[in-house]
Design a protein. Sequence first.
Length: 147
Amino acid sequence: MAPHVVQIPRSAFAFCRWSLTGLLWLALSTRQAWILGAVVGLLALSAILRVDRSPMVVLYRTTLGRLFPPASFEFMDVTAMRFAHGAGAILGIFVLAAILRYPRGGWVALACFCGLKTISALGFCPASKLFVCLRKGGCCALTGNRC
């Protein structure tokens, strides 16, 4: 079965990736759990609404996207992005619960989450690519298959 693909402006996708990454680092540096909660909410909404209607993409399209029309577009696998956003939301919920229950360990977990999100934002092994590799029958790192 072919993946369902949508087209979004490349700049909108970059805005989404880097805004959420920045918000996570802001939550860590200010030790404000509510910022992490907001990121979890945005990730959950993105998983529910699809990547082309996610809050950050819509925000970009209605603000910066009107001032600077997109020069290029990206084709996104809807299912892979739902997996990535859902996985990020679930991981964020666990980190938020850890912060509330075990603050010291929770903030360390948030630092790890920030690192993981930064690596993903840079394009190195994001959850969406892992999903695509697994759907093809093997994971890149384990089988040497290219995604």
